[in-house]
Design a protein around this ligand. Sequence first.
Ligand code: HEC
Length: 323
Amino acid sequence: MAPARIALAVSTFAAFTALAGPVLAQTPKAAVQGVTDAELREQIERAVGEAKSTPQTRFEARRRARDAAEDAIAALRTQGYYDYEVQPDVIDRDDDDGGEPPSAVLIIKPGPRSRFAGAGIDWIGAEPLPEVIIAAEQAMALRRGAAGKATDVLAAEGRIVAAIQKRGYADAEPGVREVIVDHADHTVRPTFRIVAGERVFTMPAGLVPRGGELTVPKEARDLAAKQPNPVRPTPESIAVGKERFQVYCTPCHGEGGKGDGPVAARFIPPPDLTNAGLQKARTDGYWHSYIRVGGVIMPSYGEALSSEESWQIVNYLRTLAAK
Ligand code: HEC
C-alpha cells in the first residue's frame, strides 16, 4: 500500500506546485517552437532539459533561453542539421495582476538536413600496412547520402582507431579531424587524421597466427559451416544484403561479386563469388563465418555488420550464383 500512497502524494504535490509556480516542479528550461519533426523536437527537448523552477524575472528567463539555445544547437548538429536558426526569446506575461512570470522560448528553424558526401583518412606519420588501411576505410562506414550526424562522425573515428589497434597498432590514436560542412549544398565531408604509430603485434582472442597472418582455427570454421541460416531469403532480406554488400564488399569483390573490385588489383585477387562450383561447395554458415571473421586478406566484419546483416549478405550472394 505504501508505494501507492507515495505516488499519490507526489502527484498532489506536483499539481500544487504547478499552481503555485516556482517551487520544485520540473518544467522545460525553454519551450521549443517551430520544429515539426517529432523525433527531432524530442531530441532537442531532451538536450534543453528541465528546470526545477520557472524563471522569476525577465532577466532570468532571457539567460535561460540563451543557455537552452546552446543545448538546442548541439542537438541539431548531432542530428545533422547545420543550417539552423535558433532564436532565444522571452514571452512576457501580463504581470499587472501579479500573474505568471515571463518564460523562456526557443524559436527554431532546423533548415535542411546535411548529408555525408564522402569521407577520408589522412595518415599522420607512417602509413600502416595496406590491408590495415583498407580495414580502416571499411570501418569508417560513413555512407554517402546518410544524414550527416556529428555523432556518427565521432563514432566512425572510434571505429577506425579500434580497427587499427585490433590489427597490431596498439598505440593508434586520432589527431585533429577536419569536417567540412558545406552550407551551399548541405553536405558534410569529414577527414580523419589518424596516427597509426608502431605495429606492436598483439593477438586478438580466438585467432591464431598462420604464416604471419591471422586466420580462424580450422575447427572453429568447420563448426561454423554447419550452422543453418536462420534468416529466410525473402526479397527484403536480399535487398538489405545487397545494400550492405555494395557498401562494404564491392571495393574488392566488385559490383557483381566476380572479384574485380578496384582495390583487388593491389592484393591477392578475391575469389569469384558467383562461381557455381564455389557456391555449391560452401554452406551459408561457412560464408557467414567468413564475413564475421575475415580471411587472410579479407578484413573481418564482426564489428561493422551484425550477425543478421551477414546472413542477409549471404542470401544476396546466393542470388549471384552463375547458372
Ligand atoms: C580487402 C578486400 C576485401 C573486402 C573489402 C572483402 N573481401 Fe571477401 N575476400 C577477399 C579475399 C582476398 C578473399 C579470399 C580469402 C582471403 O585471402 O582472405 C575473400 C573471400 C571471401 C569469401 C569466401 C569465399 C570462399 O572461399 O568461399 C566470401 C564469402 C567473401 N569474401 C565475402 C565478402 C563480403 C560479404 C564482404 C563484405 C562484407 C567482403 N568479402 C569484403 C577480399 C575482400
